[in-house]
Ligand binder design. Structure first.
Ligand code: CO8
Length: 258
């Protein structure tokens, strides 16, 4: 599929997807979301890629869903034509870790897309917000749920009810992002993290990601049971034998993803 609204490249073993619709601050229109889903699926299926980075420009990760594309849509058309469904949730179906590298605005659907990724690395100029309330709507791609789980009820409620944006420092204090890096280093730092992940055993990486994400969606008791099943299943892999033998023999492991 030819891409017009994203740039796709690999840097070493990391797949990098750059949202590239600068004239609209990377507003997430249908075409952009379709292209993003296509690129994510392609990287997920590529054995040479071990981790994926989604980023935008220095001014905007994404300023939300495309308001101009949405403004004349009506109910029940939006209900029947999978308005939010598959296109928006592709990132949740990806087995490899997906890092959101956020500089500038991550607003509305942009903030929701970042939160659907496995983790968010923020540039020092990042700004997060759910300003939908200013448009007479509410977040619609998981914002009311994921933001609460991430930063707690009061802060999420304030952002969603007032539309107030959070800067990178506040986002780090609130645990929305894993850490902050200078904007000029953002993509390099995200790729470095992706390279580290890609150098590890793919089955353990995929299962670690799956287990952490389950913590969002189930009870502690069920989550711990799920983790234990995955943990024990990894004893069937060659990489578990290699990783532990390498430790005992004081050498670096050589993983084969089997
Ligand atoms: N949609 C469409 N166009 C946009 C969007 C957007 N979300 N954001 C910016 N643009 C366009 C502007 O219209 C402008 O275009 P033009 O030059 O043709 O007028 C261009 O991008 C540059 O924007 P600004 O001139 O406004 O730039 P500023 O630096 O002055 O302001 C802001 C930057 C503060 C980010 C401002 O653009 C803004 O407030 N944008 C809208 C933010 C917003 O409300 N986001 C939430 C959208 S709703 C949403 O995301 C719901 C998600 C639901 C799930 C999925 C449903 C399918």
């Amino acid at each position: 599929m030819a891409h017009e609204m994203i740039l796709v490249e690999t840097q070493g073993r990391v797949g990098v997807i750059t949202l590239n619709r600068p004239q609209a601050l990377n507003a997430l229109c249908d075409q952009l979301m379709t292209e993003l889903g296509d690129a994510l699926r392609t990287f997920d299926a590529d054995p040479a890629v071990g981790a994926i980075v989604i980023t935008g420009s220095q001014k905007a990760f994404a300023a939300g869903a495309d308001i101009k594309e949405m403004k004349d849509r009506a109910y029940p058309g939006v209900y029947f034509d999978d308005f939010i469904g598959k296109r928006w949730e592709t990132v949740l179906t990806i087995q490899k870790p997906v890092i959101a590298a956020v500089a500038g605005f991550a607003l509305g659907g942009g903030c929701e897309l970042a939160m659907m990724c496995d983790l968010i690395l923020a540039a020092d100029n990042a700004k997060f917000g759910q300003p939908e309330i200013n448009l007479g709507i509410i977040p619609g791609a998981g914002g009311t749920q994921r933001l609460v789980r991430s930063i707690g009820k009061s802060k999420a409620m304030e952002m969603i009810l007032t539309g107030r944006m959070m800067d990178a420092q506040e986002a780090e204090r609130a645990n929305l992002v894993c850490r902050i890096v200078p904007v000029a280093d953002l993509v390099a730092e995200a790729v470095k993290m992706g390279e580290k992940i890609a150098s590890l055993s793919a089955p353990s990486v995929a299962m670690a990601k799956e287990a952490v994400n389950v913590a969002y969606e189930t009870t502690l008791r069920e989550g711990v049971r799920f983790e234990r099943r995955l943990f024990l299943s990894l004893f069937s892999t060659e990489d578990q034998k290699e990783g532990m033998a390498a430790f005992a023999e004081k050498r670096k492991p050589s993983f084969t993803n089997r």
